[in-house]
Design a protein around this ligand. Sequence first.
Ligand code: 6PG
Length: 247
Amino acid sequence: MNGTLQVFESETALFEGAAENFVAVAKSAIAARGRFTVALSGGSTPRGLYDRLTSDAFRNQVEWAKVEWFFGDERPVGPEDPESNYRLANESLFTKLGVNEDKVHRIQGESERPEAAAADYQKELARVFGGGDANPPSFDLVLLGMGSDGHTASLFPFTSALNVRKRWVAANDVPQLSTRRYTLTAVVINAAACVLFLVTGVGKAKVLREVLHGRAEPKRLPSQMIRPTTGELLWYVDRAAASQLEL
Ligand code: 6PG
């Protein structure tokens, strides 16, 4: 198996553990380098983590002004659209923590020029991380979810972004959803110091078994592409999602 698996008895326990990990990584990065760089995942799972981070138990544990917020992927919509990953984070996290918008680096999902929007996001990554275009930026933390088809971020099975090695951000056509998505590529995600998958629910149980314990089929199961070069890979799953694993 690739990475470290932690099974939680419930979603509630999983989000508590994820908030504890988030805060620990943030504190360590800020102490070491004066800031914490994080890429948020999309979908619905992160809401549970955001609720914990904005609760009285956690909200005062991090110097939020020292956090640089990025997104692992985005839908082809504007920031007010219900589908927007930014919108979920803005409503359930940034607004509640009083995050300065200068620290939130949004993917311009509404752009009519997808390739340009992807290139612009790469430029923003290079600007904030300051490493130029030579090497991929190393996030302190990349949060990821996983779809029941084995996708993560917007790296969907058999899509072109899976083959992108040189660029850090791709405008990815996803025929199975008849849409286009923006996504960090595996090369950036794998450069992170810590990658944390949050996977809950029985609906993910079959694919989780395939991804963690099945044959290597990264084109069909893109979550298998996530193998941090030097960083830590953590799988936080609840009992329901783990129900088909031989533990
Ligand atoms: C997105 C995501 C995607 C998500 C998975 C899991 O924009 O949809 O980034 O990769 O993490 O589809 O989604 P749920 O958390 O809603 O199950």
